[in-house]
Design a protein around this ligand. Sequence first.
Ligand code: AMP
Ligand code: MG
Length: 492
Amino acid sequence: MKPIPFSNRYVNLGKDFYARTTPAPVPEPALILFNHVLGDELGLSDTCLNSPEGTAIFAGNRVPDGAAPLAMAYAGHQFGHFNPQLGDGRALLLGQLAGPDGAQFDIHLKGSGRTVFSRGGDGRSALGPVLREYLVSEAMAKLGVPTTRALAAVTTGEAVAREQLLPGGVITRIATSFVRVGTFEYFSSRGDLDAVTKLADYVIEHEYPACCDAPQRYLAWFEAMIDRQAALIAQWMQFGFIHGVMNTDNMSIAGETIDYGPCAFMDHYAHDQVYSSIDQHGRYAYNKQPSIGLWNLTRLAESLLPLLADNTGAAVEAAKAALSNFARLYEGYWLDGMRQKTGLETRLDEDKALIDELFEVMAVNHADFTLTFHFLSGLSIESTDRDINARALFSEPEPFDHWIAQWRARLRREGSDDEARQARMQAVNPVYIPRNHQIEAAIRAAEDHADYSVFHDLHAVLQNPYERQAQKDAYMQPPEPDEVVHQTFCGT
Ligand code: AMP
Ligand code: MG
């Protein structure tokens, strides 16, 4: 068996950045799933992680040779309020290494026990949030959205006390980086400019190497970060994904979706949809995500000011100029993505109005987000024969018929070919997303009956979200009225 080629870098930043912590063992570790495909891609298949010993490692009962487990320090704005000290309270960075392609990645355990950052918490995770994060993060990856990945999930044989006793679990996550906006806020709020600089250099070297030699490297990096976040949030919007808790400690510096808590994909379209039980005022509603992204980036800018120019006035001007690009970048990514979803190849000024109108019609009729675009992908521009499935999603089809007529006219103007357009649209409009009621069913079966078959079946379908699979139509369907999940929970 090959050793895991750890090359831990974060530990070199110095002890202010973390607390070295070993995971707390659990009584009865049992593997639910090891992600073999990801393990292969990362060059981990021939290591102890892909062996019975792997289960002990994923549960925190054994620390593999070469690992340097540590809890990362960070701060964060939670629902707008600054908390100067958060940190990994129930997670650990097990170690860092490079895959066969040379790209660096970090391995994290979540649910691995208490750390100095646990505050009042038990450092544990219930099984439900572990299964939810596994399903949703892997579905996001297969949809093509930048995200942390799930490498393994285990049960612990130990109950965790939430509102009731629940079975415990640990998820092993992979990310390009676990540095967050809140990591910068942690040092900036302490007035530790040396640490802010060190962290920025670390991030640039490992995550933004193209900025290394830029004349104003910190500004160049900040601009690149803005670009990545604009692209990421535009993708969330294109799948009806609601992160649910976009606190600055849950915004990754690498531009990946991170910290799957009360996240959800919406079924029927509502522009201000909220699922998170803790988001009482809708701060992180679906349509607020772009502006919250910008708000978080503004907090990052405040932490970076001393690096952006020689004096505060110039730094503020530079930050403002960079931040002022966010809206344009976001709109551009969003509109291009929506053109792809609606099959438009050329760019016309009128496209935004056409797409906005579709969302308006969807909202009024509570049309299912995913199925609307799925059925739209199969339509012809010359014949209305196949309109029936799409029309059925709209309680009052007339406004939709009106929209479809405009859409067909727009496609005719660019000489759109049915077959080619359908193929393009089907490649970006999924058939399957992890719907809340299906995730809930997977969790219920696992928690209540130790039955993982529902989880495994759902996970298997989500591996190919763009391909209609035989006998899997049930996974396409929105919930029946009695299956609707109205609230999701972060499970902390
Ligand atoms: P989250 O809502 O998962 O982003 O977590 C916010 C903060 O609370 C982070 O610092 C977590 O480490 C911490 N936290 C969440 N749940 C627990 C727990 N069960 N035990 C200790 N710390 C926790
Ligand atoms: Mg978090």
